[in-house]
Design a protein. Structure first.
Length: 166
């Protein structure tokens, strides 16, 4: 019973954090500490087109820094889901749920700051730290069939994901 109360509390905290980071009326995050790009006018289109391929399903992490990706808590892979039309991203980071924003311009892809639930896990904490660092370093992507590669500014592959079957 104690564990279910903790899970409920973590879920409520995560929901509150996600809602607090939602864009304001201008379409850009405008709360204290949120990332905005003052060089872009309020009318600049910031939403990803449906046909980019990124928004088609959930992606499972299979490689990180050139090596097979470890599994996280519950022997689950880290994941990422791009939400079409909102420039929001969410997923499982190894121990906790993570959510944030992303910007896409051609092959250029960057992620805004991630918010995460803050549970402690026996397994998955190191993966979570590496996942967050990878997201922070991502500057571009390559999409081929059912594989998504996230790369840094030198086009080094940081992570490889595979599309999960629906």
């Amino acid at each position: 019973m104690k564990h279910s109360h903790l899970s409920l509390a973590a879920g409520l905290l995560f929901t509150a954090l996600v809602m607090a980071c939602q864009p304001g009326p201008s379409g850009r995050a405008d709360r204290a500490g949120a990332r905005t790009d003052s060089a872009l006018p309020d009318s600049a289109p910031l939403v990803v087109e449906e046909d980019s391929g990124l928004t088609s399903g959930e992606w499972s992490l299979v490689a990180l820094a050139g090596q097979a990706a470890p599994l996280g808590a519950g022997d689950r892979p880290a994941t990422i889901v791009f939400t079409p039309g909102t420039n929001r991203v969410a997923g499982f980071s190894g121990c906790n749920r993570a959510a944030g924003s992303y910007e896409l311009d051609g092959a250029r892809l960057t992620f805004g700051p991630l918010i995460m639930t803050r549970m402690a896990c026996d397994k998955g904490m190191e993966l979570e730290q590496r996942y967050a660092a990878m997201m922070d370093s991502t500057r571009s992507y390559r999409l081929t069939a059912d594989t998504l590669e996230l790369m840094d500014s030198a086009s080094t592959v940081l992570a490889r994901f595979e599309r999960r079957p629906n």
